[in-house]
Design a binder for this molecule. Structure first.
Ligand code: NAD
Length: 260
């Protein structure tokens, strides 16, 4: 029997089969969960719907997390279809490409607000609505990166957004803990995805991360998926408010993600 058998969960942030959320999906499906998905706009629906259907998804709905009305509608749909929710995966981030290269000091107010809104506030907005459906307790996981706690070249405003996301994880964990809801973040090592391709010199960052990690290689989306499935399951019933690194030990080694 899988560790997520009998649980219903939302996986937000699949864009294609390279997405970290897709690695999470495969692990959750293998462990027995019933899954629901969102997609951002019609363009992505074409990619996401067949992927979701291949996982026997019982819920596939549009959701732009920057739109409060869509957020309300999405979670109302979840309540109507499922009645309850056991877990939520938030694997969503966005920043303007220009803000992810060059000098951090040049970050505009608009780019700051956009990155923080989509990449950090949206987790709070999801948690607010999802927690109402978790009357029997639940688990939420979001995706972070080392740039939250270290200044990584080019990661810039996204690092600030991830710092806000990690702090939000702790505050949400505190708020929701007495309702039996656990909230954690996974801090993943770099993986080649659509979102990652927006970060300047990402290839160099990947090379450095592989060389500087304890296992001497980069992580896979499957590895991030497996750890996330564990955090979503009752196997992690004593874990909340945590930032769990899945980076082959890079963050505790002497390696440097910086680019010479
Ligand atoms: P991805 O491009 O596959 O996923 C990003 C997702 O965010 C997409 O599905 C996109 O549709 C969604 N999104 C963006 N704006 C949205 C909006 N307004 N409403 C709804 N959805 C929106 O890339 P990924 O690398 O799998 O990213 C997933 C998460 O993992 C992000 O939070 C990212 O910062 C984080 N992360 C990525 C890496 C990496 O190296 N790839 C490392 C650590 C953490």
């Amino acid at each position: 029997m899988g560790i997520l058998e009998g649980k219903k969960g939302l996986i937000l942030g699949v864009a294609n089969d390279k997405s970290i959320a897709w690695g999470v999906t495969q692990a959750c499906k293998r462990e027995g969960a019933e899954l629901g998905f969102n997609y951002l706009g019609e363009m992505l629906e074409k990619r996401v719907r067949p992927l979701a259907e291949s996982m026997d998804a019982t819920l596939i709905e549009p959701l732009d997390v920057s739109d409060d009305a869509q957020m309300d509608g999405f979670f109302e749909m979840v309540e109507k279809k499922w009645g309850k929710l056991d877990f939520l995966v938030h694997s969503i981030a966005f920043a303007n490409k220009d803000a992810l290269k060059g000098n951090f000091r040049d970050t505009s107010r608009a780019d700051f607000q956009l990155a923080l809104d989509i990449s950090a506030y949206s987790f709070i907005a999801c948690a607010q609505r999802a927690s109402k459906l978790m009357s029997e307790g639940g688990s939420m996981v979001t995706m972070s990166y080392l740039g939250a706690v270290r200044a990584v070249p080019n990661y810039n405003v996204m690092g600030v957004a991830k710092a806000a996301l990690e702090a939000s994880t702790r505050y949400l964990a505190q708020d929701l803990g007495r309702d039996g809801i656990r909230v954690n973040a996974v801090s993943a090592g770099p993986i080649r995805t659509l979102a990652a391709s927006a970060v300047g010199d990402f290839r160099k960052l990947m090379d450095k991360s592989a060389r500087g990690s304890m296992l001497g290689r980069n992580v896979s989306q499957e590895e991030v998926g497996n750890t996330t499935a564990y955090l979503l399951s009752d196997m992690a019933s004593g874990v909340s408010g945590e930032v769990h690194y899945v980076d082959n030990g890079f963050h505790v080694g002497a390696g440097d993600p910086g680019i010479e």
